[in-house]
Design a protein around this ligand. Structure first.
Ligand code: MN3
Length: 200
C-alpha cells in the first residue's frame, strides 16, 4: 500500500513569528510531499511495497543500490517526527525524568542546548541535528542529508531540520538564529519526554 502525506498536526501559522506559515506550507506541501511521491514510485511493485517505513529504512541502509529509497524513506520518517518536535506552546525548560536525564548526561539543560547548537551549526550542508538515546545515554548527534539515528542503532528523542528549506525564507543564511529560536521558543519538551518514556 502506498504511503500517504499526513497533514501537519497543527495550523501552519501557529509557529509564527519564529517559523512562518509560508515556510511550513512549502516544507510540508512541497518538500515532504515530493519525498512521499518519490518513495512510492521507487517501491511500487517491489517487495518493499508491503513493508513499514522503518523496515524499508533498515533494509535500504547501507545498500548502494537503494540509496534513493533510503533518502526518500529517511526524509519521510525525519519530517513526520520533526513536525511534532515543534509546538506553539514549546520552549522553556524540560521537567521530570527528562530534565534529570539531561542534567545527568550533559551537566545542565544549558549545556545540552550548547552541544545541540554546535551540532546543528557544525552540520556542513543539508542534514539534521538530534537528541538520541545511545546505549542508555542521552547524546547529541548530527546526520547528513536523510540519514537518521534508526540506521545507527540509536533511538531519536528530538530532531531539527537544518536543510536550508527549513529556514531560508525566514532567516536567510542565519542558521544560528533559527536554531536558537527553536531551542528557546518551539522545542516540544512534552513530545521529547514521551519519546524518552517509550525508549525505556
Ligand atoms: Mn525538511
Amino acid at each position: 500500500m502506498a504511503f500517504e502525506l499526513a497533514p501537519l498536526p497543527y495550523d501552519p501559522a501557529s509557529l509564527e513569528p519564529y517559523i512562518s506559515a509560508t515556510t511550513m506550507n512549502l516544507h510540508h506541501d512541497k518538500h515532504l510531499a515530493t519525498y512521499v511521491t518519490n518513495l512510492n514510485k521507487l517501491i511500487d511493485g517491489t517487495p518493499l511495497a508491503s513493508k513499514s517505513l522503518e523496515e524499508i529504512i533498515l533494509t535500504a541502509a547501507g545498500d548502494a543500490e537503494k540509496v534513493g529509497v533510503f533518502n526518500n524513506a529517511g526524509q519521510m520518517w525525519n519530517h513526520n517526527m520533526f513536525w511534532d518536535c515543534l509546538s506553539a506552546q514549546g520552549g522553556g525548560a524540560p521537567s521530570g525524568e527528562l530534565a534529570e536525564r539531561i542534567t545527568a548526561d550533559f551537566g545542565s539543560v544549558d549545556a545540552f542546548k550548547e552541544q545541540f547548537k554546535a551540532a546543528a551549526l557544525g552540520q556542513f550542508g543539508s542534514g539534521w541535528a538530534w537528541l538520541v538515546v545511545d546505549k542508555g545515554k542521552l547524546k547529541v548527534t548530527k546526520t547528513g542529508n536523510a540519514d537518521l539515528p534508526l540506521a545507527h542503532g540509536q533511538t531519536a528523542l528530538f530532531n531539527l531540520d537544518v536543510w536550508e528549506h527549513a529556514y531560508y525564507v525566514d532567516y536567510q543564511n542565519r542558521r544560528a538564529d533559527y536554531v536558537q529560536a527553536v531551542l528557546d521558543r518551539l522545542i516540544n519538551w512534552k513530545f521529547v519526554a514521551e519519546n524518552l518514556k517509550k525508549a525505556a
